[in-house]
Design a protein around this ligand. Sequence first.
Ligand SMILES: [Zn+2]
Length: 310
Amino acid sequence: MAARLTLGIDLGGTTTLLAVVDAHNAIVWDRRLPTLPEAGFADVGRRIEEAAAEGRARHPYEAVGVAVAAHVDARTGVLVSSPNLAFREVELRPYFERAWELPLAVENDVNAAAYGEYVVASAPREPLLAVYVGTGVGGGLIVDGHVFRGADGFAAEIGHVPVVPEGGEPCGCGRRGCLEAYAGGAAIVRRAAARLGPKGPSLASVDDVARAAAAGEAACRVVLEEAAAALGLGLAAAVNLYNPGTLVLGGGVARGWPDLVPRALERMRAAALPAALHELVTAPAQLGPHAGAVGAAALARELLAAPRLS
Ligand SMILES: [Zn+2]
C-alpha cells in the first residue's frame, strides 16, 4: 500500500498548527497560524481551510484530524465548549467535511497529544498516560490502542484531581484545591507573586519564579515545592486508578523548572501503591509542540484503516 498522508490540525487558544504526516508519523509539511478566536469561528475556519488547501496541493492527504483545546464530543465531532477559544456548540466535523470531502476525526487536544506520543513510542506498555504541565495541567489516556474518553470525554482530567482535602486554591474549573491550581504554570506565577507582594521582583513566567527561588527567595521555593508535591499526589492517584504501563510527562513548566518532574516522581513513588509502580515506565514527551497535530493526523489515519460501513 502506498504511504498514505494525513493532515493533523491542532487548534489552540493562541496558535493553530497544521501538519501533513506520513504513515511513519514523520511531518512532511507544516504551517503555523495565529488562531485569533475573537474574530469568530467562521473566520478561524476559513483561514484554516486556506492553509490546508496549500498543504493539500503539495502533499495530497486522504483524511484529516482536528485536535482542539475544548470539550468535544468525538462521536459527533461537535465542539461543546471551550474556555480558551470562547466557542460553544460548533459543528466542527460537519463544517470541515463539507470543506474538504475527506474522512474527519475530531478530538480534544490533550487526548490527541497522548495518542501522538503513543504512536511514536516504540512498543509502549499500555495503558499509556500522558500528562502535560503547561499553563494548565492536562492528561490523556490510551487503552488498547485507543483514546479512553470516559462517558462524557473527561477521563484522565488529572488537572482537576483535588490535592487538598478542604478549601484550597481556586481553580479555573470553579472548584478549589485542584492539582492545576498548584502545579499549572499560571498558578505557580500567581501564587509566587502573591507571596512576594508588591515589593518583590516581577514574575512573568515559571522561569522567573525558578530564578528567584535559586537566588534565595524562600517564598518562591515554597511555591515550587508545593507544585511538585501536588503533581506527585495527582500522579499517584492516576497510577492507582489506571495502573498505567507508561507515564509520559511533558509541557512547558518542566522546562522552566527542571526539578519539577524528578521531585513530582519522587512524591508519586512515595504515595502510590508500591505494586503499581514496579513495572511503570516513565518517559519525557517526544513530540513537543507538535504532539497534538501528529496525534490528530494519526487518528485520521485510523479512519482510513477502518472498514467502511456503507
Ligand atoms: Zn479544577
